[in-house]
Write a protein that binds this ligand. Structure first.
Ligand code: ADP
Ligand code: MG
Length: 541
């Protein structure tokens, strides 16, 4: 970590107000991010700007710092208006302004958004908010009823412009832009640059500077992207198995509908996850609470719709699950951008059914990256984690427990019935567990979809063999390849497709296998099961 004097140094070259440099130091930012390095000088000059950079690259400070620097301290009409696509983002951006402006005396920042009362917002505006951050609808309401006076406006920022337009705010945004003075500085920030954003900028920006930060390899590599193919009916079970096996700090799960947020959250709660649903149906004050609780570690999982989760910046999120696939590849980028914040590592998982293959390909095209295929965590792994979580839950419950009282009760029970304390603890654990089985059994473990149907055809010059080892024996493709390669000396690249079924598997091997090799294979064991390999009739092409 750099010292305070050094750390402000990276930002020192911009000529920002010392109060802002102090806040940057407080935030422990050492160097401006690329989008900040390029955008801040242009914005300080008063240029209109269109800037594109991935999520999590520090776009908020890129516009907030210069806007704060350019404020006229004794002007009390709003000087900066930031439009955001959602209420959560409005709040978050308003908080960032407060943070970066913490050392500026008498700074007033006001978030205004729908779903919360007009009166406090009107009072806040009357008191002289210099910076207003709001959603388009509510900003229009205030403009129409004359409670938001934009005659002193110096800068207007569209944050997450792409989202705003994708969410259908184009008319609202246009309406607002048409009613602000031409001289104001106009700034567009966006993670992606769809044609609608280009059109808007072509129409309203004056001689704009343009900043495009190419997604660096490091950025995309910070988020490890996985793909898990499942059938629709198996998604819930697959989700639980994944969550149980992944030791994620906090998880954000994306679903398509409001209804699904509630259903999936209920399912996870029944598996003892500290979980909440987030959608447009949840009232505003609760939505804020949910994000706060996720941030502070009181919640571990939030199940959200795209709209409700946009722009959320919670560093603890280490896993994003696309439970339902996103509507398009851009939505995917926004979703996975909820993890890997501020240079941290993150994981993203896409659950897709065989019918959704094309969406997967579209995502891979846009991100320029192949998704790595994830194997469903095996039963042993899930059960290990269950044991571990069981112990953690009990230890954490000890903190708040009335130990003297309950210890006394257990003692009495033990003495009266001549029962060892472990048995009493076991009965309590069973009560806590309810009727759900504690351990995942092999039968419950999902087979992969490819193992149920649609095993793919045998390639030319290969033959398909059956081996008597399957999911039931916890076999993984690696075990089979390992045995064939190491014990029978078959080269890895000549081992073809492997399909694992519940009780057996198939493996494709080169045609015309020599008899002595076949004899060796017949005697092989994998995960302690005799393979009893035999050729499947009519398998050759
Ligand atoms: P974006 O709007 O591009 O998605 P944010 O503005 O929300 O990104 O910033 C993402 C995270 O990075 C925030 O937690 C923010 O505090 C942090 N951050 C911003 N600028 C810097 C910087 N120069 N150095 C370190 N962290 C930063
Ligand atoms: Mg942002």
């Amino acid at each position: 970590m750099l010292s305070a004097a050094e750390s402000a140094d990276g930002f020192g070259g911009f000529g920002l107000h010392p109060a802002l440099l102090q806040a940057v130091t407080d935030s422990k930012y050492c160097h401006p991010s690329p989008v900040q390095a390029q955008a801040i000088p242009l914005l300080l000059q008063g240029r209109d700007l269109i800037a594109q950079a991935q999520t999590g690259t520090g776009k908020t400070a890129a516009f907030a710092l210069p806007c704060l620097h350019n404020l006229e301290a004794d002007q009390h009409l709003p000087q900066v208006l930031v439009l955001t696509p959602t209420r959560e983002l409005a709040l978050q951006v308003a908080k960032s302004f407060e943070r970066y402006g913490a050392h500026m005396p008498r700074l007033r920042v006001l978030p205004i958004y729908g779903g919360s009362g007009f009166r406090p917002q009107i009072q806040g505006l009357r008191r002289g908010a210099q910076i207003v951050v709001g959603t388009p609808g509510r900003v229009m309401d205030h403009m129409r009823q004359g409670t938001l006076n934009l005659s002193g406006l110096r800068s207007l920022v569209l944050d997450e412009a792409d989202e705003m337009l994708r969410m259908g705010f184009i008319d609202d945004v246009t309406w607002i832009l048409e009613r602000t003075a031409q001289e104001r500085q106009l700034v567009l920030f966006s993670a992606t640059m769809p044609p609608e954003v280009r059109q808007l900028s072509g129409r309203f920006l004056h001689d704009p500077a343009e900043v495009t930060i190419a997604t660096s390899k490091a950025d995309t590599q910070r988020i490890h992207q996985w793909l898990l193919m499942v059938h629709a009916s198996q998604k819930r079970q697959a989700l639980i198995q994944v969550l149980e096996a992944e030791a994620s700090e906090a998880t954000m799960i994306f679903v398509r509908t409001k209804q699904a947020t509630v259903e999936v959250a209920a399912e996870l709660s029944s598996h003892a996850y500290r979980c909440a649903a987030l959608s447009g149906d949840v009232i505003q004050s609760q939505r804020e609470q949910v994000i706060e609780r996720l941030r502070s570690g009181q919640l571990d999982v939030v199940v959200a719709t795209d709209v409700a989760a946009r722009g959320i910046d919670v560093e603890r999120i280490t896993l994003v699950v696309n439970y339902d696939p996103p509507l398009d590849a851009e939505a995917y980028i926004h979703r996975i951008g909820r993890t890997g914040r501020a240079g941290r590592q993150g994981q993203a998982l896409l659950l897709a059914t065989p019918r959704e293959r094309r969406q997967v390909q579209a995502i891979e095209r846009v991100t320029g990256q192949r998704l790595e295929v994830m194997e469903l965590p095996d039963t042993a792994m899930v059960n290990d984690r269950r044991r571990q979580r069981f112990k953690e839950r009990i230890l954490s419950a000890l903190d708040g427990a009335d130990v003297p009282l309950f210890a006394q009760l257990v003692k009495e029970l033990s003495a009266e019935n001549n029962l060892p304390a472990e048995h009493i603890a076991a009965a309590l654990a069973q009560l806590m567990q309810g009727t759900q089985p504690f351990e995942l059994s092999h039968q419950d473990h999902l087979p992969r979809p490819s193992s149920r149907r649609q095993s793919r055809p045998v390639a030319a010059n290969m033959e398909r063999y059956r081996i008597e080892v399957g999911w039931k024996h916890k076999v993984k493709p690696g075990n089979i390849v390992g045995a064939l390669a190491n014990q029978a000396g078959i080269k890895g690249q000549s081992i073809g497709r492997i399909h694992i079924f519940d009780e057996h598997s198939t493996v494709d091997l080169p045609r015309n296998m020599p008899d002595d090799l076949f004899a060796t294979l017949r005697n092989l064991r994998v995960v302690s099961q005799p393979l009893r390999i035999r050729k499947l009739e009519g398998s050759a092409v």
